[in-house]
Design a protein around this ligand. Structure first.
Ligand code: ZN
Length: 225
C-alpha cells in the first residue's frame, strides 16, 4: 500500500474512538486513574500509520517520519532541561526522558532493511509497552493523559499499517526475528487500481461504522428506544 492509503486508513481507525466520544458526548474515557482523549489520538494515528515505512528513506512516508523523529528529539531535549530546572521531576521529566530515549532508539531504523524490523510484531509490542507503563505507574495529569492518548493513537496507526501491508503481495514478517516468514492474506499491489478500490471500500466501511456507533451508542438512541 502507498503512503496515502496508510494515512487514510490510520486516520479512519483513529476515528473509531472519536465516534464513541461523539456518541457518548464525552471528551475522554477513564482508564484507571487516567483519561483517554480520542481526539488527541487522531493525528498521531495518521502519523503512526506512516511510521513503519521509515525504513524507506526516499519514500514520502519515510521522509516525513524521519523529520518528525528528528523534530521530536530536538524538542524533547530542551523540554528535559525545562522540567528538570523547574523540579517537576516526577511525571513530566520522566516522560520527557522516556520519550527522548525512545526517539534515540528509533534512530536505528534509519539503517533498517525495508519490511523487516519496522514491520514486525515485536517492535509493535515494544511500542505499545510504554502505554502500559504510563497507565499503571505514572500519576494522571492533563499532560500525561494527553501523551497517553497521543501515543495510543500512534500505536493503533502503526498497527493499521502492518495489517494493510499484510494484504500486500510481499506481506509482513510478523514474527521477525524469530521467524523470517512473510505473512500475507491478499495480493493488493501498491499503487494499483485494486488499492484505490480497497481504499474506497475502507472509507465507506468506516463511515458506516461511525454512523452505527453514533446511532446505537448515543444517549439519544437510548432514550428513544
Ligand atoms: Zn510498510
Amino acid at each position: 500500500m502507498n503512503g496515502y492509503t496508510h494515512m487514510v486508513v490510520g486516520g479512519l481507525c483513529g476515528g473509531i474512538p472519536v465516534a464513541f466520544s461523539i456518541a457518548e458526548r464525552k471528551l475522554g474515557f477513564s482508564i484507571g486513574s487516567h483519561i483517554l482523549y480520542p481526539i488527541i489520538g487522531l493525528f498521531p494515528a495518521v502519523l503512526g500509520a506512516l511510521g513503519p515505512d521509515v525504513d524507506m528513506p526516499n519514500s514520502k512516508a519515510g521522509k516525513k517520519v524521519r523529520r518528525v523523529l528528528i523534530a521530536s528529539i530536538i524538542i524533547s531535549v530542551p523540554l528535559l532541561f525545562f522540567f528538570y530546572r523547574d523540579n517537576v521531576r516526577d511525571n513530566a521529566y520522566l516522560f520527557s526522558l522516556i520519550f527522548l530515549a525512545l526517539c534515540c532508539i528509533s534512530l536505528f531504523v534509519f539503517k533498517a532493511r525495508h519490511r523487516q524490523v519496522t514491520h514486525c510484531g515485536l517492535l509493535m509490542v515494544m511500542l505499545f509497552l510504554p502505554n502500559i507503563y504510563i497507565a499503571r505507574f505514572i500519576q494522571a495529569s492533563p499532560l500525561i493523559d494527553s501523551v497517553l492518548s497521543a501515543w495510543l493513537g500512534f500505536c493503533f496507526g502503526w498497527f493499521s499499517h502492518l495489517v494493510l501491508d499484510t494484504l500486500n503481495p510481499k506481506g509482513v514478517p510478523w514474527l521477525y526475528p524469530f521467524s523470517s516468514r512473510y505473512f500475507r492474506f491478499a495480493k493488493i499491489g501498491a499503487g494499483t487500481k485494486d488499492e484505490s478500490v480497497f481504499r474506497t471500500f475502507c472509507i465507506v466501511f468506516f463511515v458506516i461504522a461511525y454512523l452505527a456507533i453514533i446511532i446505537f451508542r448515543s444517549n439519544i438512541a437510548s432514550t428513544l428506544f
